[in-house]
Design a protein around this ligand. Structure first.
Ligand code: 1CP
Length: 360
């Protein structure tokens, strides 16, 4: 399948001609337009919930081979569209590709998660990092994966590009791995605020170029994941989180932008003022509270507890219908965070179908 694409399509690094989308629900909902029904997709929909993914992954040396081989990334990106009938694809990659091209290589340890052999400890470490276009150009394998996926999707559904928010990436670059508290990273903010701003600005500059590269390659919408927003105090988030999200949102004018700041319910009013189209909501906030704080101009996306997908069918259906009803207009159905890898596939399908059948 992929070989056909390689032979038949001219894959240049030039801008891809926009292809008419057969299903553009996501883009219309993101722009706040009236839609027949809310679009639905799941964060982390490409991955271990799918048997096709597990089979392919078993044949490979590791996660990075999948991410760095455009033909393979394309294949797993499309699997959930075929299997689940979701209204969007999200390019298979990871937020940690950005720190890597800035100079901090990551490893993906099976069963454990990401690990950085080198981390940021001192001011000098920040100064050594590569930033902006020079770093973003090295992510050519992501741009190629997007081009291939756009060609292979042939307009079936929009393709979402993504990145990590500057604060979330900084947290991994200092901590060196996942963490419950990210206390090393938060300590750095208090002890070295000036260096923190230099680092956040370098990540921001790289991220803007990276997102522009993804858009040029064909991404129809981009989502910024601020997965660790909620571990900062409201004051710290105002200083070290929001200003950099603001810069990113103001720099991306070509396609709709979604900002998902997990657990940052305390900042939803500030997030509502960003120059973006969609705000992602986790399950710690009600639809009503989110709408009141964000205001009426933006679309909201979320927010079912991923654990609800372990419940019996009737519970999944009624909770999904309640969620869709509670959010009302200007809404994109999703979970409140990524789907857990051991979620039964049938239950994921029940969720998707419950959104699609809402009101029918
Ligand atoms: O389908 C999709 O959603 C695309 C795939 C995708 C996305 C959007 C992956 C593949 N990673 C991400 C983003 C990502 N990566 C985030 C933001 C979203 C979120 O909050 O979940 C974060 C925080 C990461 C970092 C990361 N990568 C973690 C978390 C580590 C921690 O702090 O505990 C882990 C476990 C990974 C590995 C990873 N990324 C993706 C997959 C499928 C995996 C599992 C690795 C494997 O299969 O071996």
């Amino acid at each position: 399948m992929m070989n056909d694409i390689m032979e038949n399509e001219q894959l240049s690094t030039e801008e891809v001609q926009p292809l008419a989308l057969k299903n553009d629900l996501l883009l219309r909902a993101a722009r706040g337009e009236q839609v027949e029904r809310p679009p639905v997709w799941l964060m982390r929909q490409a991955g271990r919930i799918l048997p096709q993914y597990r089979e392919l992954r078993g044949k490979l040396s590791g996660f990075k081979e999948l991410v760095e081989t455009p033909e393979l990334a394309c294949e797993v990106t499309i699997q959930p569209v075929d299997e689940l009938g979701v209204d969007a694809a999200i390019i298979f990659s990871d937020i940690l590709v950005v720190p890597e091209v800035m100079g901090l290589r990551y490893e993906m340890i099976p069963g454990k998660g990401p690990m950085f052999p080198m981390t940021i400890q001192l001011e000098e470490d920040v100064d050594k990092l590569i930033a902006g276009e020079k770093a973003a150009l090295q992510l050519d394998y992501v741009y190629k994966a997007i081009q291939l996926t756009k060609a292979e999707l042939n307009g079936r559904v929009p393709l979402i590009g993504f990145c990590g928010a500057p604060w979330t990436l900084m947290a991994y670059m200092i901590e060196g791995s996942g963490s419950k508290t990210f206390s090393k990273a938060r300590r750095f903010l208090y002890k070295k605020p000036i260096s923190s701003h230099v680092l956040l600005q370098k990540i921001t500059d790289t991220t803007v170029d990276y997102l522009k590269g993804q858009i040029k390659a064909g991404a129809d919408l981009v989502q910024v994941f601020d997965s660790w927003a909620g571990i900062l105090s409201p004051e710290q988030y105002k200083v070290f989180g929001l200003p950099y999200l603001k810069q990113i949102c103001e720099s991306i004018t070509e396609v709709p932008v979604t900002v998902f700041a997990k657990n940052a319910w305390f900042a939803l009013d500030e997030l509502g003022k960003l120059d973006c189209n969609v705000i992602g909501i986790d399950w710690n906030t009600t639809a009503q509270n989110a709408r009141e704080m964000v205001g009426t101009t933006k679309a909201l996306q979320g927010n079912l507890d991923p654990c609800l997908l372990y419940a019996p069918e009737d519970v999944i259906c009624s909770a999904t219908h309640k969620m869709v009803r509670d959010f009302g207009d200007k809404y994109i159905a999703n979970l409140g965070h990524g789907v857990y890898p051991d979620t039964p596939l049938d239950n994921v399908k029940i969720f998707v179908d419950a959104v699609k059948s809402f009101g029918a």
